[in-house]
Design a protein. Sequence first.
Length: 306
Amino acid sequence: MSKLKKRRVILIVIMVILIGAAVGTVVYKIDEMVSAPLFDSGVKQNSAISNMTKADDKSFNALLIGTDAAGENTDALMIVHVDKQDKKIRMLSIPRDTRVTVNGRKFKINACYHLGGLEMLIEKIRELTEIDINYYAMIEPGTLGEIVDCLGGVEYDVEQDMRYSDPVQDLYINLKKGKQILDGDKAEQYCRYRSYVMGDITRTQSQQKFFKALFEQKLNIKYATKINDIYDIMCDKVKTNVTMKDIIFNMSVLQIITSGDQIECYDAPGTYNDMEKDGISYYLIEDEHAVELKKLCAELFGGSYV
Protein backbone atom coordinates (compact mmCIF):
# COMPACT_ATOMS: atom_id res chain seq x y z
CA MET A 1 0.00 0.00 0.00
CA SER A 2 1.36 3.38 -0.98
CA LYS A 3 2.03 6.10 1.60
CA LEU A 4 -0.85 8.17 0.18
CA LYS A 5 -3.31 5.31 0.59
CA LYS A 6 -2.04 4.61 4.11
CA ARG A 7 -2.49 8.27 4.98
CA ARG A 8 -6.05 8.24 3.63
CA VAL A 9 -6.89 5.09 5.63
CA ILE A 10 -5.47 6.64 8.80
CA LEU A 11 -7.46 9.84 8.23
CA ILE A 12 -10.64 7.85 7.64
CA VAL A 13 -10.06 5.85 10.85
CA ILE A 14 -9.42 9.06 12.82
CA MET A 15 -12.60 10.63 11.39
CA VAL A 16 -14.64 7.55 12.28
CA ILE A 17 -13.27 7.63 15.83
CA LEU A 18 -14.00 11.35 16.20
CA ILE A 19 -17.51 11.00 14.77
CA GLY A 20 -18.11 8.00 17.00
CA ALA A 21 -16.95 9.96 20.03
CA ALA A 22 -19.15 12.91 19.07
CA VAL A 23 -22.18 10.68 18.57
CA GLY A 24 -21.43 8.92 21.84
CA THR A 25 -21.27 12.25 23.65
CA VAL A 26 -24.56 13.38 22.12
CA VAL A 27 -26.23 10.07 22.98
CA TYR A 28 -24.88 10.32 26.54
CA LYS A 29 -26.18 13.89 26.90
CA ILE A 30 -29.58 12.92 25.51
CA ASP A 31 -29.75 9.95 27.87
CA GLU A 32 -28.72 12.24 30.72
CA MET A 33 -31.51 14.67 29.81
CA VAL A 34 -34.28 12.07 29.48
CA SER A 35 -33.10 10.33 32.67
CA ALA A 36 -33.38 13.46 34.80
CA PRO A 37 -36.58 14.12 36.79
CA LEU A 38 -39.05 16.04 34.64
CA PHE A 39 -40.14 18.60 37.19
CA ASP A 40 -36.93 19.40 39.03
CA SER A 41 -38.28 20.98 42.19
CA GLY A 42 -35.55 19.86 44.53
CA VAL A 43 -35.15 16.36 43.09
CA LYS A 44 -31.56 15.92 42.03
CA GLN A 45 -30.53 13.60 39.24
CA ASN A 46 -29.32 10.19 40.43
CA SER A 47 -30.61 10.94 43.94
CA ALA A 48 -32.73 7.78 43.98
CA ILE A 49 -34.54 7.10 47.20
CA SER A 50 -33.11 3.90 48.65
CA ASN A 51 -36.46 2.25 49.38
CA MET A 52 -37.83 2.68 45.85
CA THR A 53 -37.47 0.14 43.06
CA LYS A 54 -37.30 0.29 39.28
CA ALA A 55 -40.51 -0.41 37.36
CA ASP A 56 -40.71 -3.40 35.03
CA ASP A 57 -42.44 -3.62 31.65
CA LYS A 58 -45.60 -5.26 33.05
CA SER A 59 -46.78 -2.89 35.76
CA PHE A 60 -45.78 -0.07 38.08
CA ASN A 61 -46.87 1.59 41.32
CA ALA A 62 -46.99 5.36 41.69
CA LEU A 63 -47.53 7.13 44.99
CA LEU A 64 -49.53 10.35 44.60
CA ILE A 65 -48.93 12.73 47.51
CA GLY A 66 -51.05 15.80 48.05
CA THR A 67 -49.37 18.26 50.42
CA ASP A 68 -51.01 20.78 52.71
CA ALA A 69 -50.71 24.53 52.21
CA ALA A 70 -47.52 24.70 54.30
CA GLY A 71 -45.92 21.80 52.41
CA GLU A 72 -44.92 20.07 55.65
CA ASN A 73 -47.59 17.37 56.03
CA THR A 74 -49.30 15.18 53.46
CA ASP A 75 -52.99 15.85 52.97
CA ALA A 76 -53.70 12.88 50.68
CA LEU A 77 -51.95 9.58 49.90
CA MET A 78 -53.00 7.41 46.99
CA ILE A 79 -51.23 4.43 45.42
CA VAL A 80 -51.96 4.02 41.71
CA HIS A 81 -51.13 0.61 40.27
CA VAL A 82 -51.00 0.42 36.47
CA ASP A 83 -51.20 -3.14 35.12
CA LYS A 84 -50.21 -2.90 31.47
CA GLN A 85 -50.86 -6.59 30.82
CA ASP A 86 -54.39 -6.77 32.27
CA LYS A 87 -55.10 -3.18 31.14
CA LYS A 88 -56.21 -2.11 34.61
CA ILE A 89 -55.61 0.91 36.80
CA ARG A 90 -56.13 0.25 40.52
CA MET A 91 -56.18 2.91 43.20
CA LEU A 92 -55.66 2.46 46.92
CA SER A 93 -56.02 5.35 49.37
CA ILE A 94 -54.22 5.44 52.70
CA PRO A 95 -56.14 7.66 55.18
CA ARG A 96 -54.06 10.61 56.41
CA ASP A 97 -55.01 9.69 60.02
CA THR A 98 -53.47 6.19 59.76
CA ARG A 99 -51.43 5.49 62.90
CA VAL A 100 -47.77 4.57 62.46
CA THR A 101 -44.85 4.17 64.86
CA VAL A 102 -41.74 6.32 64.46
CA ASN A 103 -38.88 5.75 66.90
CA GLY A 104 -41.26 4.18 69.40
CA ARG A 105 -43.79 7.04 69.25
CA LYS A 106 -47.23 7.12 67.63
CA PHE A 107 -47.93 9.53 64.78
CA LYS A 108 -50.39 9.99 61.97
CA ILE A 109 -48.90 8.96 58.65
CA ASN A 110 -49.48 12.46 57.29
CA ALA A 111 -46.66 13.67 59.59
CA CYS A 112 -44.03 11.26 58.18
CA TYR A 113 -42.88 13.58 55.40
CA HIS A 114 -42.28 16.36 57.92
CA LEU A 115 -40.50 13.95 60.30
CA GLY A 116 -38.26 12.12 57.85
CA GLY A 117 -38.90 13.16 54.27
CA LEU A 118 -39.86 10.88 51.42
CA GLU A 119 -37.62 8.10 52.74
CA MET A 120 -39.68 7.76 55.90
CA LEU A 121 -43.03 8.24 54.17
CA ILE A 122 -42.32 5.52 51.59
CA GLU A 123 -40.88 3.28 54.31
CA LYS A 124 -44.17 3.47 56.24
CA ILE A 125 -46.20 2.87 53.07
CA ARG A 126 -44.14 -0.25 52.40
CA GLU A 127 -44.55 -1.47 55.98
CA LEU A 128 -48.32 -1.18 55.66
CA THR A 129 -48.68 -2.68 52.19
CA GLU A 130 -45.52 -4.68 51.39
CA ILE A 131 -45.54 -3.28 47.87
CA ASP A 132 -42.73 -1.55 45.98
CA ILE A 133 -43.13 2.08 45.01
CA ASN A 134 -41.60 2.89 41.61
CA TYR A 135 -42.64 6.50 41.15
CA TYR A 136 -43.86 9.32 43.33
CA ALA A 137 -45.37 12.71 42.67
CA MET A 138 -45.77 15.34 45.37
CA ILE A 139 -48.47 17.79 44.33
CA GLU A 140 -49.00 21.22 45.83
CA PRO A 141 -52.51 22.57 46.51
CA GLY A 142 -54.02 24.15 43.41
CA THR A 143 -52.20 21.92 40.92
CA LEU A 144 -55.14 19.59 40.40
CA GLY A 145 -57.45 22.53 39.74
CA GLU A 146 -55.18 24.01 37.08
CA ILE A 147 -54.87 20.64 35.32
CA VAL A 148 -58.65 20.14 35.37
CA ASP A 149 -59.14 23.60 33.85
CA CYS A 150 -56.52 22.80 31.21
CA LEU A 151 -58.46 19.64 30.26
CA GLY A 152 -61.80 21.43 30.08
CA GLY A 153 -63.36 20.29 33.36
CA VAL A 154 -64.71 16.94 34.51
CA GLU A 155 -68.33 15.82 34.35
CA TYR A 156 -69.23 14.59 37.82
CA ASP A 157 -72.24 13.76 39.99
CA VAL A 158 -71.69 15.43 43.39
CA GLU A 159 -73.31 13.24 46.05
CA GLN A 160 -74.44 15.96 48.47
CA ASP A 161 -74.40 19.68 49.14
CA MET A 162 -70.98 20.64 50.51
CA ARG A 163 -70.33 23.73 52.61
CA TYR A 164 -67.17 24.43 54.60
CA SER A 165 -65.11 27.47 55.53
CA ASP A 166 -61.56 27.64 56.92
CA PRO A 167 -59.93 31.09 56.58
CA VAL A 168 -56.65 29.76 58.05
CA GLN A 169 -56.22 27.41 55.06
CA ASP A 170 -57.89 29.88 52.69
CA LEU A 171 -60.37 27.08 52.02
CA TYR A 172 -63.96 27.89 51.11
CA ILE A 173 -66.22 25.10 49.85
CA ASN A 174 -69.68 25.64 48.42
CA LEU A 175 -70.87 22.86 46.09
CA LYS A 176 -74.38 21.86 45.12
CA LYS A 177 -75.55 18.26 44.85
CA GLY A 178 -76.06 16.83 41.36
CA LYS A 179 -74.44 16.13 37.99
CA GLN A 180 -72.37 19.03 36.68
CA ILE A 181 -69.09 20.03 35.06
CA LEU A 182 -66.53 20.63 37.78
CA ASP A 183 -63.98 23.25 36.84
CA GLY A 184 -60.62 23.39 38.57
CA ASP A 185 -61.78 25.37 41.59
CA LYS A 186 -64.79 23.12 42.19
CA ALA A 187 -62.66 19.99 41.70
CA GLU A 188 -60.28 21.20 44.42
CA GLN A 189 -63.22 21.96 46.70
CA TYR A 190 -64.68 18.51 46.18
CA CYS A 191 -61.42 16.66 46.84
CA ARG A 192 -60.60 18.69 49.97
CA TYR A 193 -64.03 18.43 51.61
CA ARG A 194 -63.90 16.47 54.90
CA SER A 195 -67.15 17.06 56.79
CA TYR A 196 -68.51 13.56 56.34
CA VAL A 197 -69.97 11.30 59.03
CA MET A 198 -67.09 8.86 58.38
CA GLY A 199 -64.57 11.67 58.01
CA ASP A 200 -61.39 10.75 56.17
CA ILE A 201 -62.71 7.38 54.99
CA THR A 202 -65.50 8.93 52.93
CA ARG A 203 -63.11 11.67 51.83
CA THR A 204 -60.61 9.19 50.37
CA GLN A 205 -63.46 7.29 48.67
CA SER A 206 -64.66 10.55 47.14
CA GLN A 207 -61.16 11.39 45.93
CA GLN A 208 -60.90 7.97 44.29
CA LYS A 209 -64.24 8.42 42.55
CA PHE A 210 -63.17 11.81 41.23
CA PHE A 211 -59.82 10.52 39.95
CA LYS A 212 -61.61 7.58 38.34
CA ALA A 213 -63.84 10.05 36.46
CA LEU A 214 -60.79 12.17 35.58
CA PHE A 215 -58.83 9.18 34.24
CA GLU A 216 -61.81 7.75 32.39
CA GLN A 217 -62.63 11.03 30.65
CA LYS A 218 -59.18 12.51 30.10
CA LEU A 219 -56.59 9.68 30.01
CA ASN A 220 -56.97 9.47 26.27
CA ILE A 221 -54.64 9.93 23.34
CA LYS A 222 -56.80 12.80 22.05
CA TYR A 223 -55.62 14.91 25.01
CA ALA A 224 -51.97 14.40 24.09
CA THR A 225 -51.97 17.92 22.63
CA LYS A 226 -52.38 19.22 26.20
CA ILE A 227 -49.11 17.71 27.39
CA ASN A 228 -47.12 20.94 26.95
CA ASP A 229 -49.70 22.95 28.87
CA ILE A 230 -49.82 20.38 31.68
CA TYR A 231 -46.02 20.33 31.77
CA ASP A 232 -45.95 24.11 32.24
CA ILE A 233 -48.49 23.85 35.09
CA MET A 234 -46.57 21.13 36.87
CA CYS A 235 -43.05 22.51 36.54
CA ASP A 236 -43.25 24.69 39.64
CA LYS A 237 -45.73 22.68 41.67
CA VAL A 238 -44.70 19.04 41.45
CA LYS A 239 -41.78 17.13 42.91
CA THR A 240 -41.28 13.74 41.26
CA ASN A 241 -38.76 11.13 40.20
CA VAL A 242 -40.53 10.57 36.86
CA THR A 243 -38.27 11.16 33.86
CA MET A 244 -38.93 11.60 30.14
CA LYS A 245 -37.51 8.11 29.68
CA ASP A 246 -40.16 6.78 32.09
CA ILE A 247 -42.92 8.53 30.14
CA ILE A 248 -41.69 7.10 26.85
CA PHE A 249 -41.35 3.65 28.43
CA ASN A 250 -44.93 3.80 29.76
CA MET A 251 -46.57 5.61 26.83
CA SER A 252 -48.86 2.60 26.25
CA VAL A 253 -50.78 3.63 29.39
CA LEU A 254 -52.61 6.22 27.26
CA GLN A 255 -54.18 3.36 25.30
CA ILE A 256 -55.22 1.27 28.30
CA ILE A 257 -58.42 2.98 29.36
CA THR A 258 -61.44 2.48 27.11
CA SER A 259 -64.10 2.22 29.86
CA GLY A 260 -64.59 2.93 33.55
CA ASP A 261 -64.64 -0.82 34.24
CA GLN A 262 -60.88 -0.85 33.83
CA ILE A 263 -60.40 1.48 36.80
CA GLU A 264 -60.77 -0.09 40.25
CA CYS A 265 -60.81 1.65 43.63
CA TYR A 266 -59.95 0.10 46.99
CA ASP A 267 -60.00 1.28 50.59
CA ALA A 268 -57.44 0.41 53.24
CA PRO A 269 -59.30 -1.76 55.78
CA GLY A 270 -59.25 -0.48 59.33
CA THR A 271 -61.16 1.20 62.11
CA TYR A 272 -60.97 4.38 64.15
CA ASN A 273 -59.64 4.30 67.71
CA ASP A 274 -61.34 5.48 70.88
CA MET A 275 -60.64 9.20 70.63
CA GLU A 276 -61.85 9.94 74.15
CA LYS A 277 -59.42 7.38 75.54
CA ASP A 278 -56.38 8.29 73.40
CA GLY A 279 -57.02 12.02 73.11
CA ILE A 280 -56.38 12.01 69.35
CA SER A 281 -58.15 10.45 66.39
CA TYR A 282 -56.27 7.67 64.58
CA TYR A 283 -57.22 5.28 61.80
CA LEU A 284 -55.93 1.83 62.81
CA ILE A 285 -54.69 -0.61 60.18
CA GLU A 286 -53.57 -3.25 62.64
CA ASP A 287 -53.91 -6.96 63.45
CA GLU A 288 -56.41 -8.62 61.08
CA HIS A 289 -56.82 -5.39 59.10
CA ALA A 290 -53.08 -5.21 58.50
CA VAL A 291 -53.08 -8.77 57.17
CA GLU A 292 -56.15 -8.06 55.03
CA LEU A 293 -54.46 -5.01 53.47
CA LYS A 294 -51.25 -6.91 52.68
CA LYS A 295 -53.22 -9.76 51.11
CA LEU A 296 -55.14 -7.27 48.97
CA CYS A 297 -51.90 -5.64 47.86
CA ALA A 298 -50.29 -9.00 47.09
CA GLU A 299 -53.22 -9.99 44.89
CA LEU A 300 -53.84 -6.73 43.04
CA PHE A 301 -50.90 -4.34 43.54
CA GLY A 302 -47.88 -6.61 43.05
CA GLY A 303 -47.19 -6.90 46.79
CA SER A 304 -44.83 -9.46 48.26
CA TYR A 305 -46.87 -10.63 51.27
CA VAL A 306 -47.12 -14.42 51.62
